[in-house]
Write a protein that binds this ligand. Structure first.
Ligand SMILES: Cc1ncc(COP(=O)(O)O)c(C=O)c1O
Length: 371
């Protein structure tokens, strides 16, 4: 059997009528930037997240950048985040001339470890960006309490965690603001790039709305420095259709992940979902000492795998100027040696999931003894 790591065409085929009519509606409206579709999508996302404001952007990276700008992050400031994330999270800090300060991760959730946070706070620290990696929320109780006692802003990077909850509360509703990405592979994916800032803070919402529109409220009048970071009407119309299916898709991801957990729990370190949390499995990422052999074993059987992430941010060339070295973040470095993601998208059928789990388990019974 040949299985794709991610096949977005299956979802399109299932929603073809709804999507095609949304596209036709926008194309025939003549309104391609801004307008009703964008406004309605922002309102629907804010309602879904249970926050007051949703401000759409052209990507998740733009959402993070505009949000940090709205918070006034500038040269000389320090922003704490995790080295185990996609580049965007730290890139936007550096783009503003501020300094990314990394803190190691929890070995089970792969999220920033709050017990290590306080020691990295200085008088230059302005903000913490926890990343809800792979779809499991970071420990927001601890992070918010540290932020409060040190007077720091909290910006949730929820690019991989739309619909994830802790005690029933959704990602993006804990911090001063939260950012989503609608990159096609995300749980709520556009047919192109897209992102959003969600917040209860009216000041942040207003500033982000200005910044992502060239700092302009009135045409050709610019009050603050901004950029072109707007979401297209076409993407908004498509995402409005998809939002109606998000809960169903997240449930399917969860069911797939728990099925894998069941089959693989004695072979690999399966991903955890802590008590009170709802993991939405943008990725199903397990830890195994036998990673390279499993990759080869599965590849020969038509099952692709991906390593998220092969190199931690503190060891990336682009951040060499920060002066970090190997050994600085031992948990991250250990995880990076062992982590491997299996296909987990909602449209995988039962026989494909059974095949993926069975062949992964089969590696341990035929090739190598289970630990
Ligand atoms: C954790 C994280 N942060 C930020 C981003 C940036 O989002 P985008 O690709 O929409 O710019 C992504 C995804 O791509 C991500 O996974």
């Amino acid at each position: 059997m040949n299985i794709p790591f991610l096949d977005l065409t299956r979802q399109y085929k299932a929603l073809k009528q709804e999507i095609d009519s949304a596209i036709t509606r926008v194309v025939s409206s003549g309104r391609y930037i801004g307008g009703e579709e964008v406004k309605l999508f922002e309102e629907e996302m804010a309602a879904y997240t249970k926050v007051r404001f949703g401000v759409s952007t052209a990507s998740g990276t733009d959402a993070l950048l505009a949000c940090l700008m709205a918070m006034g992050i500038k040269e000389g400031d320090e922003v704490i985040t995790t080295p185990f994330t996609f580049i965007s999270t730290a890139e936007v800090i550096s783009l503003l001339g501020a300094r990314p300060v990394f803190v190691d991760i929890d070995k089970e959730t792969f999220n920033i470890d709050p017990s290590l946070l306080e020691s990295r706070i200085t008088d230059k620290t302005k903000c913490i960006i926890p990343v809800h990696i792979f779809g499991h929320l970071a420990d927001m109780d601890s992070i918010l309490s540290i932020a409060k006692s040190n007077n720091l802003r909290v910006l949730e990077d929820a690019a991989q965690a739309v619909g994830a909850t802790y005690n029933g509360k959704k990602a993006c509703s804990f911090g001063d603001a939260g950012c989503l990405s609608f990159y096609p592979s995300k749980n709520l994916g556009a047919y192109g790039d897209g992102g959003m800032v969600l917040t209860n803070d009216e000041d942040i919402a207003k500033k982000v709305a200005l910044i992502k529109n060239h700092g302009s409220e009135k045409s050709y009048h610019h009050s603050v420095l901004g950029f072109n970071g707007r979401l297209d009407a076409l993407q908004a119309a498509i995402l409005r259709v998809k939002l109606r299916h998000l809960e169903d898709w997240n449930e399917k991801r969860r069911a797939g992940a728990f099925y894998y957990n069941d089959v693989l729990k004695n072979c690999v370190k399966v991903p955890v979902q802590r008590d009170g949390y709802r993991h939405v499995f943008n990725q199903y990422s397990m830890l195994t000492e036998a990673r390279e052999e499993i990759i080869e074993h599965l590849k020969q059987r038509g099952i692709p795998t991906v390593i998220y992430y092969p190199l931690a941010l503190h060891l990336q060339d682009v951040f060499s100027y920060l002066g970090y070295k190997e050994g600085d973040f031992p948990v991250t470095e250990e995880v990076i040696k062992k982590i491997l993601s299996l296909p987990i998208f909602p449209e995988l059928n039962e026989s494909e999931k059974k095949y993926i789990a069975g062949e992964t388990k089969g590696f341990f019974s035929t090739v190598r003894q289970a630990p």
